[in-house]
Design a protein around this ligand. Structure first.
Ligand code: 5GP
Ligand code: MG
Ligand code: MG
Length: 189
């Protein structure tokens, strides 16, 4: 395998600068929607894909917020979604009576978020919002914009391609690319 991962990329969909600008806009919107002194929201990142997005997002939010992570198994190593995701790492903080903002890298079929929204509600969250960097509506099976009954923040609409970078992997590689792109076909194997 070539050592230079940038040479594996067929094309870049969003550059570092475009991502950073969009995240500033999302952060400003969230601050407007959850003004102090209402109870500070709990940002729940969905591991591992949303870790980089969450790290950049919360540092642009000037509110005393809480951060936690959950992990859900949905894809194996491939690029095909699973309709029955399971929660493999649960919350550490108590979200009972708190506003939860689920932070995702990408909403594809919607099965993962559907499961996680229900889980947050069962833990007593007073509202469950979603902040996803990418939204891939072409493959949606569950309308997660409706089930959350909270806000739905979306960075960019994603074409129906399997994307990597900025936290998102193919076979646990490429999460550390600072931009989002599509691999050359020979690297999806
Ligand atoms: P869903 O349950 O909505 O089908 O998607 C669950 C998860 O699959 C997403 O949170 C994301 O981690 C992963 N996923 C969906 N589409 C893509 C994609 O294009 N690229 C990568 N790397 N992961 C994806
Ligand atoms: Mg994810
Ligand atoms: Mg993955």
């Amino acid at each position: 395998m070539a050592m230079d991962m940038h040479s594996h990329i067929d094309r870049i969909l969003w550059t570092e600068d475009q991502i950073s600008l969009r995240i500033s806009q999302l952060a400003a919107q969230i601050v407007q929607d959850f003004p102090a002194p209402s109870s500070p929201p709990v940002f729940v990142g969905v591991l591992t894909g949303a870790s980089i997005f969450l790290a950049d997002l919360v540092r642009k939010i000037n509110l005393p917020i809480t951060i936690d992570f959950v992990s859900s198994k949905s894809y194996g190593s491939g690029t095909v979604s699973n309709c029955a995701p399971t929660i493999s790492r649960d919350l550490n903080v108590d979200v009972n009576g708190r506003h939860v903002i689920l932070v995702e890298d990408i909403v594809d079929t919607g099965h993962t978020l559907y499961k996680l929204i229900g889980h947050m509600k069962s833990k007593g969250a007073s509202s469950v919002s979603v902040c996803t960097l990418l939204d891939k509506p072409a493959r949606r099976k569950v309308d997660v914009q409706l089930v959350g009954e909270g806000k739905f923040y979306q960075g960019f609409e994603c074409p129906d391609n399997f994307v990597v970078g900025y936290g998102m992997d193919f076979d646990e590689l490429y999460r550390n690319l600072p931009y989002i792109g599509v691999l050359k076909p020979e690297h999806y194997s």
